[in-house]
Design a protein around this ligand. Structure first.
Ligand code: SF4
Length: 359
């Protein structure tokens, strides 16, 4: 199959649904841990196609959603400093901090620029040698290599006004943490984009330690339904393993060059995830060789005390314990144009996807 239409082919979709219905004989819970999958599952109405025995849950797969409010507060505090330019991907600008957001600070005159890659931020640094340029590094293994490449470039060019505020995270510790906390998960639809970088072996601990299967999935209806079918085969046969459904993009070994860039620049550290708190060794911080690019240690600033939103249940939604419609603010006080919590901001957030496709 080469063209996208083939992955949306009605006949193939019907065939997969029939196969799923045939083998499904007791209730199972399947979680996706990728914001792209959350969006696709809602867009294509996948839950409505499945038998009632299959419960789909969204997990902590939206990078903006799991990023702490104190990170936003930190970025807001930097944006108020003189001679400082904040560079960021678009989604982050709208995320509410404790009392402000980057969008609000920009409207008050802060120099905050949306970039499409860290290399754009590096260019801004080269063009503004008298200013400090801070890039907000957010995301999982998918975006971390880009940030690493920016740092390596800055080091090679000896650029000394470029800094990273890192909230990069890795996915497997959160997948383990969910099961450790007792969330009932029989199988994971494992992230497609993350796995193009990491390959499949990073998930081995999940079947080995927990008897929970993982299928790395693509993003089209045929991909997702085939992944669900593969997971059901694992679950009902009690043969738990890591499989790749998304073979057209994911190789078992992943992207070795991107992995080398991550390993060159970052080291693992405990990190805070919305809904979870601290997860050991789940975050990526700059290692000692590159610490001169670390905004958090090189540029001191007073950060306000974090205040969490009242009534927002993002944390429980990110653990699959609640659905967006369980939130009293969903669709009334909290909408995609007036987001209260991070899960409504990003198009990969559960609340945003539910709002967009189910309201
Ligand atoms: Fe938070 Fe809004 Fe989602 Fe409610 S609907 S959980 S307030 S983001």
């Amino acid at each position: 199959m080469k063209h996208i239409d083939e992955f949306r082919n009605k006949g193939l979709v019907k065939n997969l649904i029939n196969k799923i219905e045939k083998i499904s004989h007791y209730e199972v819970s399947i979680m996706e841990v990728c914001g792209g999958h959350t969006w696709a599952i809602q867009k294509f109405g996948i839950p409505s196609l499945l038998p009632e025995t299959i419960k789909l849950m969204s997990g902590p797969g939206c990078p903006v959603c799991v990023t702490s409010k104190s990170f936003i507060d930190h970025a807001v505090a930097y944006s108020r400093l003189n001679n400082t330019i904040i560079t960021t991907f678009g989604d982050l600008i709208k995320v509410p901090g404790s009392t402000s957001s980057l969008e609000k600070e920009k409207s008050k005159g802060a120099d905050i620029r949306i970039v499409f890659s860290v290399l754009d931020a590096l260019k801004i640094a080269e063009n503004n040698p008298q200013k400090k340029i801070i890039f907000l590094g957010v995301g999982f293994e998918t975006t971390a290599p880009g940030t690493a490449a920016g740092i390596i470039n800055a080091d090679k060019k000896n650029i000394d006004n470029f800094f990273i505020l890192s909230s990069h995270k890795i996915m497997p510790p959160a997948m383990s943490a969910l099961i450790d906390e007792g969330v009932k998960i029989n199988g994971y639809i494992a992230p497609g984009h993350v796995s193009t970088i990491t390959g499949s072996s990073i998930y081995q601990g999940i079947p080995q330690n927990y008897n929970v299967g993982c299928v790395i999935s693509g993003f089209e209806p045929v991909d997702i339904l085939q992944s669900i079918y593969m997971l059901l085969m694992q679950i009902y046969n009690e043969d738990f393993k890591v499989e790749i459904q998304y073979t057209r993009a994911v190789k078992p070994e992943g992207n070795v060059i991107a992995q080398q860039a991550i390993n060159e620049v970052f080291t693992l550290a405990d990190d805070w995830w919305r809904g979870f708190g601290i997860i050991p060794a789940s975050g990526l911080i700059l290692n000692s060789k590159y610490s001169r690019f670390d905004a958090a240690t090189m540029i001191s600033v007073e950060v306000e005390k974090t205040i969490e939103e009242k009534g927002c249940i993002c944390g429980e939604i990110l653990k699959g314990l609640k659905k967006p419609k369980d939130c009293k603010l969903f669709g009334t006080v909290c909408t995609s144009t007036n987001p209260v919590g991070a899960c409504m901001v990003s198009h990969e957030g559960s609340c945003n996807a539910y709002f967009r496709f189910n309201s």
